[in-house]
Design a protein. Structure first.
Length: 487
């Protein structure tokens, strides 16, 4: 008889995980979606958000809600391998050469998507990007989907599989274990009725906020009998901001060939550059990218905002009001299909900041509940990490790098810094060698439990300035392999 796996969460990690496990053909899989799979609305609830940093606040609040899906349905791409430096830090945190398995799975995933890393793409012939191919910077490759993928379509495609069942509109309230911490069931609310879902193995893929929140609530209600003070701690992100502009000194226009170079019908290719900063306590792995500045950017951003929010009346009004502006639509089509052909006068320099984990940034439980009986979490984030020193370091590095070139860098003044959340939050159920330093072990199993695993960004302990999507996929492959060999 096949063992039964229950996956809680149908976002990016849950969708890819059920796809990988279904390939094994040795488990029955139940996946719980807190929303309806075909629902396109973003109906996430607000989080309580407290900014720890009194010197500056982020321009935006954290954009990932908890509980009701919608925020992570569309995967916009961004396949990026973690830098070797980040993988080394992960090995130090987890041990057992964990990065070896990540790299192996990175290669498999790139093959699945028919992508090739470290292909020449004639980068060395580019008179601008070639300036950053040196000892100070390391090339960082990003493969971006030309069209976003609705990851819930992955689950819908598996609905005909007799070993996969989907429970929609399922609000998970608690994880229930016996006294020996073997998880026996999860309690869900569906259509205002409480049900218990039984399985042999349980996997949390509910995200960086909801996975630890669910653990904390289950513990507080004496349904889960573990003690781990790391749950919800060490929230990290890679916030970003514009730190200046670069313009040519010997010509009017230039091209950003690798801002977004279309390499196939499905993917485009982008280059950024990482660099190491040694601060007072450790080393940080930041990165910079270059974005074209166009007089039409504000207009194009306005249209994108209307499209993303489904404001059809505003879209039609925008098109009507700008119907005679042919240059605007030329720039719009160029940005979508041939962005590397755009001639620009200057580009902005965007810095993505690495962060070391800190106990002061965390998720905890408030004293309020939502209408389904779930305790609403408090997000404490924004502790000063010396970002201004990192920005000055990056600006000086760029100035020195462009000496004796045909380009100049004009740095943004500190009173004009606008910080934005990267919205790639990680770390709240981090992988570690032991429960003193984390929540999950090298096999993604929650410490002191027999059959509870976590597979989402909450387990990632460090990630430099990389998009975590590829690593989520790599972790899903690792977990499915572990389950195949051990159950």
């Amino acid at each position: 008889m096949k063992k039964k796996i229950c996956i809680i969460g149908a976002g990016l990690s849950g969708a890819y995980l059920v796809q990988e496990i279904s390939k094994l053909q040795k488990f029955e899989v139940i996946i719980l979606d807190i929303d309806y799979l075909k629902n396109s609305k973003n109906n996430s609830l607000d989080l309580f958000y407290e900014n720890n940093n009194k010197k500056h606040k982020y321009i935006d609040k954290i954009q990932r809600g908890y509980g009701f899906g919608g925020t992570s349905k569309l995967w916009h791409g961004g396949l990026t391998a973690f830098d070797d430096y980040d993988l080394e830090k992960i090995d130090n945190q987890i041990g057992n050469n964990f990065s070896f398995y990540l790299k192996k799975n990175y290669e498999k995933i790139f093959r699945e998507y028919l992508l090739t890393q470290n292909k020449d793409h004639e980068l060395k012939k580019d008179n601008f990007y070639n300036l950053f191919l040196n000892d100070n910077f390391k090339k960082k490759e990003i493969f971006i989907q030309n069209q976003p993928l609705n990851t819930k379509n992955i689950i819908l495609s598996l609905k005909e599989n007799k070993d996969v069942s989907v429970i929609e509109n399922a609000i998970c309230q608690e994880i229930i274990s016996n006294k020996k911490n073997k998880i026996e069931s999860v309690k869900i609310c569906q259509n205002n009725k409480v049900k218990l879902i039984y399985a042999d193995i349980f996997i949390l893929s509910a995200g960086v906020f909801e996975s630890p929140r669910l653990l904390l609530q289950s513990i507080s209600h004496n349904k889960l009998f573990i003690k781990n003070f790391n749950i919800g701690k060490n929230l990290i992100d890679h916030p970003f901001l514009e730190i200046g502009k670069i313009r040519p000194t010997n010509t009017v226009f230039f091209k950003l060939n690798y801002f977004k170079k279309r390499i196939s019908s499905k993917f485009s290719y982008r280059i950024s550059f990482s660099f190491i900063e040694k601060n007072k306590s450790s080393y940080l792995n930041h990165s910079i990218e270059f974005r074209p500045i166009s007089v039409f950017n504000k207009k194009i951003d306005e249209l994108k905002h209307y499209i993303n929010n489904g404001s059809m009346s505003k879209i039609l009004m925008f098109l009507f009001n700008n119907s005679l502006n042919l240059k605007l639509f030329y720039n719009l089509l160029s940005q979508i299909y041939f962005p590397s052909l755009l001639k620009i006068k200057e580009c902005s320099v965007i810095l993505h900041l690495d962060q070391n984990p800190m106990d002061d940034d965390y998720i905890s439980l408030s004293n309020q509940k939502d209408k389904y009986g779930r305790i609403i979490p408090i997000i404490k984030y924004g502790k000063d990490r010396g970002e201004f020193g990192s920005i000055r370091y990056a600006q000086n590095l760029i100035i020195n790098n462009l000496k004796n070139s045909n380009f100049e860098f004009i740095g943004t003044q500190s009173n004009n810094f606008n910080f934005y959340n990267g919205n790639h939050q990680c770390g709240t159920a981090r992988l570690a060698k032991n429960k003193k330093n984390g929540v999950t072990d090298q096999n993604l199993k929650v410490f002191d439990t027999e059959n509870l695993f976590i597979c989402d960004t909450s387990v990632i302990p460090v990630f430099g300035s990389s998009n975590p999507s590829l690593t989520i996929f790599a972790l899903a492959k690792k977990l499915s392999n572990y389950l195949s060999y051990n159950y």
